[in-house]
Design a protein around this ligand. Structure first.
Ligand code: PHE
Length: 346
């Protein structure tokens, strides 16, 4: 009897449960059920001589407990590692990782910034919700001046008088980046050489060519003895790096309340090389920016003495260049953020 018990114990030990339920069930049926091997041994206990019953009975009980524990711990192990085999299919192809990429407008803006950094300009920024005073008045657009209508404005707070109720200033969504010039001149002393990129807002009819929000980059240089020649040289250097060393420039007289004299700058069309094409409407030229010498009134409004200092400023749109560079013919796609469009710029 003892021998038999040892033999069964060896069998129990050797039985490979292998973490699978089928193996566990076969094991249970063999050793642990009513008619299983161990129960049968218990039946045979009757025929064991009296004096041995105690020790054989203990051996049997130990065997039973040992067999049960083996099954328990095998079950615990399987439930801790749930269905590893069935859920993970190592033969499946991997899931594609979607990588973000710079938005085309930001790409163009980055290029512009990089060129100006190379010329010693540093970055300034200002709020998109701006005081009327900084967006207009200090830039030499007096209250009621018709030039205010040049830029269709979204008002956040507006009063009849131009001075809001309780005497507070009107508040607008900035219509251009020029108020950052004002903020910079009010808080810093010349020499000032900064660029100010950012979003601007205009209350215009939305179309393929214009949208209610777009990006501008502003430049400002104030020091002693700054002349229009400095302005031209800076714009020239920028345009050659941005659009190609072959481009020609043209400065047309223009008007901005905050610069005098003022100009609009065209580059020779870098699509057709100036011969005339659909993009430049056969003119051979593309308008890229507005610029001029900072108006003495603006310097004075910002606490800088125009008898000592002079400066130039320029401002340009970013989307238009992005449209030309990437052949996008509707400005609105830049703001819809459709991944099918954006993923082309990865
Ligand atoms: N702020 C002007 C605009 O939005 C552009 C500009 C900037 C013109 C600086 C001259 C100097 O139209």
């Amino acid at each position: 009897m003892q021998e038999q018990i040892e033999k069964i114990k060896a069998e129990v030990e050797a039985f490979d449960l292998n973490g699978s339920e089928a193996h566990a069930e076969a094991y249970r049926l063999k050793f642990l059920v009513r008619k299983g091997v161990i129960a049968t041994l218990f039946d045979e206990l009757k025929s064991v001589p009296k004096e041995e019953k105690g020790s054989v009975g203990k051996m049997l009980n130990d065997l039973k407990r040992f067999a049960e524990q083996k099954l328990e711990s095998a079950k615990a192990a399987t439930s801790n590692a749930p269905a590893e085999e069935s859920l993970i299919d190592l033969t499946l192809t991997g899931r594609r990782q979607f990588l973000g990429a710079e938005h085309p407008v930001q790409k163009v803006l980055s290029d512009m910034k990089r060129i100006f950094y190379g010329m010693g300009f540093t970055l300034r920024s200002g709020p998109e919700i701006e005081l009327d005073d900084y967006n207009f008045t200090k830039l030499n657009f007096p209250a009621g001046h018709p030039a205010r209508d040049m830029q269709d404005t979204f008002f956040i707070r507006k009063s009849e008088s131009g001075k809001g109720e309780s005497g507070k200033d009107d508040v607008v969504l900035r219509t251009h980046t020029s108020p950052v010039q004002v903020r910079t001149m009010l808080s810093e002393k010349p020499p000032i050489r900064v660029i100010c990129p950012g979003k601007v807002y205009r209350n215009e009819a939305v179309s393929a060519r214009s949208y209610c929000v777009f990006h501008q980059i502003e430049g400002l240089y104030v020091d002693t003895g700054v002349t229009f020649a400095d302005l031209k040289a800076t714009i020239y250097s920028f345009a050659k790096q941005m659009f190609g060393s072959e481009v020609k420039l043209r400065f047309r007289p223009s008007y901005f309340p905050f610069t005098e004299p003022s100009a609009e700058t065209d580059v020779s069309c870098y699509i057709c090389g100036g011969k005339g094409c659909k993009v430049c409407k056969q003119s051979g030229w593309l308008e890229i920016l507005g610029c001029g010498m900072v108006h003495p009134n603006v310097l004075r409004n910002c606490g800088i003495d125009p008898e000592i200092y002079s400066g130039y400023a320029f401002g340009m749109g970013v989307e238009r260049t992005a449209m030309l560079r990437y052949g996008v013919d509707d400005i609105r796609v830049f703001f819809e953020n459709d991944v099918r469009m954006l993923s082309q710029f990865e």
